[in-house]
Design a protein around this ligand. Structure first.
Ligand SMILES: NC(=O)c1ccc[n+]([C@@H]2O[C@H](COP(=O)([O-])OP(=O)(O)OC[C@H]3O[C@@H](n4cnc5c(N)ncnc54)[C@H](OP(=O)(O)O)[C@@H]3O)[C@@H](O)[C@H]2O)c1
Length: 332
């Protein structure tokens, strides 16, 4: 058995881009598994964009790694000793065991990898692991592309984007990836089979117009920043956007101006635009229902009445400046 457990701790919290100075490499004894626990020798550690968030103590959907704590991360590894009935030495497992070489984990926190699947254990950290699962959910549960729709995915050669585009294509969508550089774009079209891939370093506006002449029905957002800015105005009416992450903004300090759309991811918010004219039946319905509420005193309202048509322009200008108080009408 190896003599020590190498661990990487969070030493300090970065402002902006993290560097080696924010981490500390230490050696500690290899843990002894207690009753119900399994000693795992980690073989692969996953590195993922979300870890940047765990280095910060800003409010998020998950607590930060404490200073001096082992960095969080998923691992796959081999069971070396087991005090749990479901695991035996030689089993391969995955679990959130952190940036370290060994760990003793309760059996209930580990997932046994299928034996003899012919798939590399590391795949359970990527294509068959959390990133692949993320892509699968974003496409099949959130975006639900229909055959023939145009589906755009950012960070298309990455762990999530690569799966998202392939799943969308299997559902019949026309898939356009966005990636950084010619080599990644070639991989996305030639090996992943996307219909097109655009290099965001070369400027996206004209390329998106050419690749998506009828606009974009579904956008799988992984990146934010300038990519998001180029995609948004090209969305089609009744299009859908799945907010998965905005990796381009994770190191930005102070955060970019404007609303921080990461709140959509953190709080699983639903954002939907609508136009009243898409709901023609609502007019009669609301006139009936609203009138009943008014009669019964269950609906209050206030009017601001400008006198005389000649005063309409001034009243309208006032409305845009907040001078009206209640529904502005003109008594002619
Ligand atoms: N919501 C969830 O549950 C969930 C789960 C997993 C992941 N995520 C999110 O999904 C996104 C993708 O994750 P991943 O694991 O697949 O990462 P990844 O693609 O393996 O790595 C990140 C990629 O993002 C692109 N990127 C980074 N900075 C950029 C910038 N300034 N402008 C444009 N592109 C940039 C780079 O690709 P290019 O060189 O091609 O630009 C980079 O390779 C991340 O935002 C992550 O936080 C969310």
């Amino acid at each position: 058995m190896a003599e020590a457990n190498l661990q990487i701790l969070l030493k300090s919290r970065p402002e902006g881009r993290p560097g080696p100075e924010h981490f500390e490499l230490v050696q500690s004894p290899i843990p002894e598994p207690r009753h119900g626990e399994v000693l795992v020798r980690h073989r692969f550690l996953s590195l993922d964009p979300y870890m940047r968030g765990r280095m910060s103590d800003a409010v998020s959907y998950a607590p930060p790694v404490p200073l001096g704590g082992v960095m969080e991360g998923e691992c796959v590894g081999e069971v070396v000793q087991s005090q749990h009935p479901n695991f035996a030495p030689g089993d391969w497992v995955s679990g959130a065991r952190g940036w370290q070489g060994w760990s003793a984990a309760h059996g209930s926190t580990l997932v046994k990898l299928p034996a003899g699947s012919g798939v590399s254990p590391s795949a359970y950290l990527g294509v068959l692991g959390m990133p692949g699962r993320t892509a699968w959910i974003g496409v099949t549960e959130v975006l639900r592309p229909k055959p023939g729709e145009t589906f755009v995915v950012a960070a298309a050669s990455g762990a999530v984007g690569a799966v998202a585009g392939q799943v969308a294509r299997r559902m019949g969508a026309r898939v356009v990836g966005i990636a950084g550089g010619a080599e990644k774009c070639r991989y996305v079209t030639e090996e992943l089979g996307f219909d097109a891939c655009l290099d965001h370093r070369e400027g996206l506006e004209a390329a998106l117009d050419a690749a998506c002449p009828n606009g974009i029905d579904c956008y799988f957002e992984n990146v934010g920043g300038s990519v998001q800015k180029s995609v948004f105005p090209r969305m089609r009416e009744f299009g859908r956007i799945a907010f998965c992450g905005m990796v381009a903004e994770y190191n930005q300090s102070p955060p970019p101006p404007g609303p921080n759309l990461m709140a959509l991811v953190r709080k699983r918010l639903t954002l939907q635009g609508f136009l009243v004219n898409d709901h023609p039946r609502a007019g009669q319905e609301w006139m009936r229902n609203g009138a009943v509420l008014l009669r019964e005193g269950k609906l209050q309202f206030r009017e601001d009445v400008a006198q005389g048509l000649e005063n309409a322009p001034a009243a309208f200008v006032g409305l845009l400046e907040g001078r009206n108080f209640g529904k502005l009408v003109v008594a002619i």
